[in-house]
Each structure stands twice: as structure tokens, then as C-alpha cells.
Design a protein around this ligand. Structure first.
Ligand code: HEM
Length: 88
């Protein structure tokens, strides 16, 4: 079930918070970081601090210059959605 970009609610994002299934959001975009974990220069543990949440602040505290959107282009799940939580 791949290739489809679709909105993600904060509640759904929160369920992807383990090293086997990790998503995080930065500036309103949700990424599946599961496969990037072993390659993160700061180590998987650091990256996992942002799993399941909006990791914008954590990210910016360490390296606001890193081009995450380019690195994670193929890992984009979709936009983080705050409105219409019950809509399809
Ligand atoms: C480096 C933490 C998310 C890419 C680092 C380092 C830390 C860190 C502590 C420094 C490692 C060192 O200097 O020894 C975090 C945290 C994140 C996060 C807490 C979010 C929870 C990301 C994401 C990406 C990323 C989403 C990109 C997909 C990198 C890169 C470096 C790095 C490229 C090397 C930066 C450089 O040397 O200029 N990270 N990271 N990180 N991280 Fe992250």
C-alpha cells in the first residue's frame, strides 16, 4: 500500500512511535522515518525522540539547516491534518 500521499491526523501519527514503525512531522509534513533510522548521523535514538509527534522543535534545536524534505522525499506520508478529524 505505497505511493499514496494523504493527510495524517495527530492521533494517527501518535501510533507510529516505535523503531519498527516510526513517523514524525516537521513543519506540517509527516514522514515515515523507519528506514532512515539506521542512517541518521545523530543515531537512531536521537531521531526516535521525535517519533509519533511534531518534531519541528527538536529538529530545529539541533540542525535547522538540514534539508530533511530532500532527504526524506520518498518517505513522505502526507500533510499533518488538524481540521476535520472525523472526515474521510
Ligand atoms: C545530526 C538529532 C531529526 C538529519 C544530528 C545530531 C543530533 C541529531 C543530536 C548530531 C550528531 C552529532 O553531531 O554527533 C536529531 C533529532 C531529531 C533529528 C533530535 C528529531 C527528533 C533529523 C531528521 C533528519 C536528520 C528528520 C533528516 C532526515 C541529520 C543530519 C545530521 C544530523 C544530516 C548531520 C548534520 C551535520 O553534521 O551538519 N541529529 N535529529 N535529523 N541529523 Fe538529526
Amino acid at each position: 500500500v505505497g505511493g499514496r500521499i494523504r493527510p495524517v491526523t495527530p492521533a494517527e501519527l501518535a501510533t507510529h512511535n516505535t523503531e519498527k514503525d516510526a513517523w514524525l512531522a516537521i513543519r506540517g509534513r509527516v514522514y515515515n522515518i523507519t528506514y532512515y533510522l539506521p542512517y541518521h548521523p545523530g543515531g537512531p535514538e536521537e531521531l526516535l525522540k521525535g517519533a509519533g509527534i511534531d518534531a519541528t522543535e527538536l529538529f530545529d534545536k539541533v540542525h535547522p539547516w538540514v534539508n530533511y524534505d530532500s532527504l526524506l522525499a520518498k518517505c513522505l506520508v502526507g500533510p499533518l491534518r488538524f481540521d476535520r478529524p472525523d472526515a474521510e
